[in-house]
Structure formats: C-alpha cells, structure tokens
Design a protein around this ligand. Structure first.
Ligand SMILES: NC(=O)c1ccc[n+]([C@@H]2O[C@H](COP(=O)([O-])OP(=O)(O)OC[C@H]3O[C@@H](n4cnc5c(N)ncnc54)[C@H](OP(=O)(O)O)[C@@H]3O)[C@@H](O)[C@H]2O)c1
Length: 296
C-alpha cells in the first residue's frame, strides 16, 4: 500500500468565514495549510494546535503568513515562503474578498476600483505567483471563490457581480490553458452563507431614491439576513474538500439550493433569448464568409 503524501493548501483570507472554516477542516483531516490573512494574529489558536507559525518544525501542519492580496510584494513573499517550507503547493484557494454593494450609479469610483483590486487582481496575482510551481509539479487545483453573483447579475450588486464575473472569466479561460498540464480549476459559487460577509459590506454614502425598490431593497435584505443566512461555512468547506479529492472535479461548484435555482433560471433565460433572436444573430456575417468556432 502506498501512503499518499499530505496535500499542501494555500488559502487567502483565513481570518474569518469560509477561509477560516476551510483551514480548520483541512487541518482536521490531517493535511497541511499555508493560512494567509491580513490579521494573522486571529489564527493564533490554530497555530498553537497544529504548528508554530513562522518557523515550522517537522510535523507542523500550519504556516500562518500575513498577506493582503492587494499587495504584490506580499504575494510573492508568501508564495516563496510556502515553497521554502513545504516544497510544494497542491491546492490554491483564492477566497479573500468582500462586497461593494449599491446601485451601479450610487457606488463611488474609489470603491469600484478597490473592489476590483481585491476580488479580481488580488486573486489573479496570487494565481500567477503560484502557477509556475503547479506547472513544475504538473499537478494542482485552484479553487476560486466566486458567488451566485459571479453567474447572475442582481440589482444592488452590480459592482460586486462585475468583480466576480471577471474572476469567472479568467478562471474559465485558465482552466482550458492548464488542463493539459495536469492542473484543475474550480469556480465555487456560494449563495448566502453565515460568515462576516454581510456585516462588512461597503455601501454608498448617499442612496438615490429612484433605486429604493431595487438596490435599496437588496441592501435591506442583506442587512436582515446577517446572522440568519442558511448556508453553513463548515459544510461548504467539506464540499470544497470533496471536490479537491475527486478525480474529475467540476469547473463550477454551486453551494446552496438558493443558487441552483437562480443559475437554472438564468440558463433558461439565456437559452430562450438565443432561440428567439437566432435569425438576427446568424445574419451578421459577410456574404460567403466561413464561420469557425472561436479560437479555431
Ligand atoms: N458569505 C457569503 O454569503 C458569500 C457568498 C458568496 C461568495 N462569498 C465569497 O466568499 C469569500 C469569503 O468571504 P466570507 O463569506 O467568508 O466573508 P468574511 O467572513 O468576511 O471573510 C472574508 C475574508 O477575506 C479577507 N479579505 C478581504 N480583503 C482582503 C485582502 N485585501 N487581503 C487579504 N484578505 C482579505 C478578510 O480579511 P479581514 O478579516 O482582514 O477583513 C476575511 O478573512 C469572498 O470572496 C466572498 O465574496 C461569500
């Protein structure tokens, strides 16, 4: 019997919520975690239980590193330290993120850019720093934590959705680039989960009355849901581990019955639009031009 070596997970945003729950679940099943956070002190108790943090001894299974994903120099340093300590990274989880909510017109330019700095460029830069190691290994799995809002646009969530759609766009392309190299990519789309997310939303300084029944209603719902969300982050962590352990993992993993419903509704709506407007769509090419699939 061959003993499978323990996988090394590199997770961003581990201080609370999904990142924290996943870190605990991975440690409980005996694997190794490079747990990164802006506030690494919040992981102190896990270090006491599973490792000694900055200079791990043999057998320690957690390395806690300070990492703000908007800081490129932090990213390279954290990845270098992970490799220097454990020699490999098997699973990268781009989890760090937050929500800028409000109607598209209400949100400030600064808040829009900050949202993209974390949710899009942060995850992208961490991935680009880890990829050379996964390519060298000819193996690995990248889990990008998107959202139901990464597949469906909701009123009052336009900027957050844009950031998660962007995350999904490059993730889907990347999955096709790295599949021949033995690397998997899974986009995780959670619904409403009981984490610190709803309590840390960035909302507009000044609401516009005309959006009260669309964006305003969404903000009210998010506020009321805080602490009541149906999703259990521990169960989400178990689902993510299940996907990583699967020999043929999916490109998308929906978490929550609420998301399944909205994703199906969108797929049906897109299919209906495509069918109804097909004659217009196909009638836009040069006379006699050859049409091939995009990308050849
Ligand atoms: N909960 C939900 O309902 C839900 C639904 C769909 C998707 N998601 C996604 O799930 C992911 C995790 O969120 P969560 O629900 O677990 O909420 P959470 O409890 O608020 O956790 C978010 C984590 O991201 C970290 N973070 C934020 N900006 C960061 C940065 N620049 N650099 C490093 N870490 C940063 C936070 O660190 P600090 O403690 O330092 O702020 C925190 O640890 C996010 O990407 C979110 O968009 C959540």
């Amino acid at each position: 019997m061959t003993i499978q070596p323990s996988k090394v997970w590199f997770i961003t945003g581990c201080s609370t919520g999904f990142g924290r729950a996943l870190t605990e679940a991975v440690l409980e099943q005996g694997e190794i975690v490079v747990a990164t956070a802006r506030k690494p002190q919040q992981l102190k108790n896990l270090v006491q239980q599973y490792g000694v943090g900055q200079s791990p001894a043999i057998g320690d299974r957690i390395l806690v590193l300070a990492l703000d994903v908007t800081q490129s120099s932090d990213i390279q340093a954290a990845v270098n330290q992970a490799i220097a300590t454990f020699g490999r990274i098997d699973v990268l989880v781009n989890n760090a993120g937050y929500g800028v909510f409000g109607a598209v017109e209400e949100v400030s330019d600064v808040d829009i850019r900050r949202q993209f700095e974390t949710n899009v460029y942060g995850a992208l830069n961490v991935t680009r720093a880890v990829l050379p190691h996964l390519r060298r290994q000819r193996s690995g799995h990248i889990l990008n934590i998107s959202s139901s809002g990464g597949f469906v646009g909701f009123p009052g969530a336009g900027i957050y959705c844009a950031s998660k759609f962007a995350l999904e766009g490059w993730s889907e392309a990347l999955a096709k680039e790295v599949a021949p190299l033995g690397i998997h990519v899974t986009i995780v789309e959670p619904g409403a989960f009981r984490t610190a997310f709803n309590g840390t939303l960035v909302v507009p300084h000044q609401a516009i009355e005309d959006y009260a029944t669309t964006s305003g209603q969404m903000l009210q719902w998010l506020h009321q849901m805080d602490g009541q969300q149906p999703g259990d982050p521990k169960k989400a962590a178990t689902a993510m581990i299940q996907v990583v352990n699967h020999s043929n993992p999916p490109l998308r993993l929906v978490l929550g019955a609420d998301v399944l419903e909205v994703v199906h509704a969108k797929l049906e709506a897109v299919a209906a639009d495509l069918a109804e407007w097909r004659h217009v769509s196909v009638n836009t090419v040069f006379e006699g031009a050859a049409v091939s699939a995009i990308g050849g």
